[in-house]
Design a protein around this ligand. Structure first.
Ligand SMILES: [Ca+2]
Ligand SMILES: [Ca+2]
Length: 505
């Protein structure tokens, strides 16, 4: 009992260690509203986006920021006002790139740079020779390698000029081929910079499920300048897409156990200041809402209600198509996952089989422990079942054999019986006749011999025989005839009696 208690404590200790290590890897997240924007009321009444400034051809509305509209040679950008005060962060960007053409241009860029870029630069609407990170959503295939739309991460130290003619292929740190244009739902990108690892996840906008992020790329040992600025820019060329960003959601990330770098002394004051600022902002928003409702009293509400409760046939059809598609997508993904699982299993079994074959060759000198383990893990059950089946088959075969033997012997006896039964009776009768006839023949033979002897005696001299007592030929024949009659009568009598006996039975 004492031992068991000790073991239990040891187990609990280990579980705690595991939990602690797991928790130790998950960073603390904090939403940074000063580095974010999202609808509704993304832009205020005066057109300004709180904590952000935009320029060029960018237009902000209550629902999104149209960074570059679908007109030729447009450029625009939106930059955060304050520098980023935290080391590690995650930005979720929800955006749509839409255009009527089969191909579009030029693309959209997410920035984290040491200083704000221009509003009409040459790299997707912003400045070239940036210092920091650019994530480019490049729609147009400048180098004609049929590899666009493409997502790439390019890190620059402020000296390199972006290689547009090669779509930046020589400069990118990593990238992935993903089509982000004209999707039924908004596309999303999650850019995470944590402990010098840059991770970009992408959501292809085929479903409305927020969990459908896929890995685009991950780069380690990335060093970005501290105190940089977030920004989004976009540009069009000869071809033009609408580049709309609806959400820019920033979270600061802190390793567990680490407090904010600016310390807690400042934070008390600053926290109050920030929360006051936030409350003011909320109030301002509410005020604006009220004002808007006052300015547009009835029609607005009616229109909203109408839009809420009714949808046109086309809308309904589209919605149904989208939902069907997303269901198909889900099913496909599930299938894909299962296929992967099957392929993995197959590969594993193949490798195990090859190991077994190798092990069979080196069975004497190899590692027996491994062999036994392999057999135990894979085939034991199957072999057991096979052996069992074989035993059953052997037993059945034996039973069948004995049964066949039995049948054979039985048929043999039946055949014998059948063959014997009728002939036995005939033989019995025949035997009687034969014996009778042979008896008669014997009798006749003795008679003949006696007659012969008599004849020789008669021939040798009549003096030896007294004439009165001597047997004459007539007497002798008469005697023979009487004997034969008696024998025949007896045999007839016997046959008759036997026939009567059979009738009775
Ligand atoms: Ca390009
Ligand atoms: Ca290309």
């Amino acid at each position: 009992m004492k031992m068991a208690a000790e073991v239990r404590w040891l187990l609990i200790f280990h579980v705690f260690l595991v939990i602690a290590s797991v928790l130790g890897e998950i960073p603390h997240r904090k939403f940074e509203y000063k580095y974010s924007f999202k609808p509704p009321y993304l832009a205020q009444k005066d057109g300004g986006v709180p904590f952000w400034e935009y320029g060029g051809n960018a237009i902000a509305s209550a629902e999104n920021v149209r960074v570059a509209p679908s007109l030729r040679s447009q450029k625009g950008a939106i930059w955060v006002k304050q520098p980023v005060l935290f080391d590690w962060w995650e930005v979720e960007l929800i955006f749509r790139v839409t255009g009527r053409g089969r191909i579009g241009a030029d693309g959209l860029a997410f920035w984290y740079t040491s200083s704000k870029g221009a509003y009409n630069g040459t790299v997707f609407g912003s400045s070239d020779q940036w210092n920091g990170l650019g994530i480019f959503f490049d729609s147009f295939d400048n180098d004609n390698k049929h590899n666009n739309p493409y997502i790439m991460g390019v890190i620059n130290d402020g000296t390199k000029t972006f290689d547009h003619t090669n779509d930046g292929m020589t400069q990118l740190s990593a990238g992935c081929l993903r089509d982000f244009r004209n999707k039924p739902f908004a596309t999303r990108a999650k850019v995470e910079y944590y402990q010098n690892t840059l991770t970009v996840l992408f959501h292809n906008g085929m479903t409305n499920n927020e969990q459908d992020y896929e890995m685009c790329f991950r780069v380690e040992n990335v060093v970005l300048p501290k105190g940089g600025f977030f920004g989004v820019s976009a540009a069009t060329g000869g071809l033009a897409d609408d580049h709309d960003v609806s959400h820019f959601l920033t979270h600061s990330l802190f390793p567990p156990g680490q407090l904010r770098p600016d310390g807690q002394k400042v934070s008390l004051e600053e926290q109050q200041k920030l929360s006051q600022e936030y409350l003011d902002y909320q109030k301002k928003l509410e005020q604006q809402k009220e004002e808007y409702r006052r300015d547009h009293p009835e029609e607005r509400r009616e229109r909203e209600e109408f839009e809420e409760y009714f949808e046109t046939d086309n809308q309904r059809e589209l919605r149904q198509i989208f939902s069907g598609q997303s269901q198909m997508f889900d099913a496909l993904r599930e299938l894909n996952r299962k296929l992967d699982e099957i392929v993995g299993r197959q590969e594993r079994s193949l490798s195990l089989i090859s190991q077994l074959q190798l092990g069979g060759v080196q069975a004497t000198g190899g590692q027996p422990g491994q062999q036994v383990q392999l057999i135990d893990t894979i085939r034991r059950q199957e072999v057991d079942t096979l052996l069992g089946n074989q035993n059953v088959i052997i037993n059945t075969a034996r039973e069948i054999k004995s049964f066949v033997n039995e049948v054979y012997s039985k048929t043999d006896t039946i055949l014998n019986n059948q063959a014997r039964a009728p002939t036995a009776q005939v033989q019995q009768m025949g035997y009687d006749y034969h014996s009778l006839i042979s008896e008669m023949r014997d009798g006749l033979n003795t008679l003949k011999r006696d007659v012969g002897q008599m004849n020789t005696k008669v021939g040798s001299g009549s003096t030896d025989c007294p004439t009165t007592n001597c047997l004459t030929t007539t007497m002798f024949l008469l005697f023979v005839a009487i004997q034969m009659v008696i024998l025949l009568g007896y045999s007839l009598y016997r046959d008759n009696k036997e026939a009567q006996a059979k009738k009775l039975y």
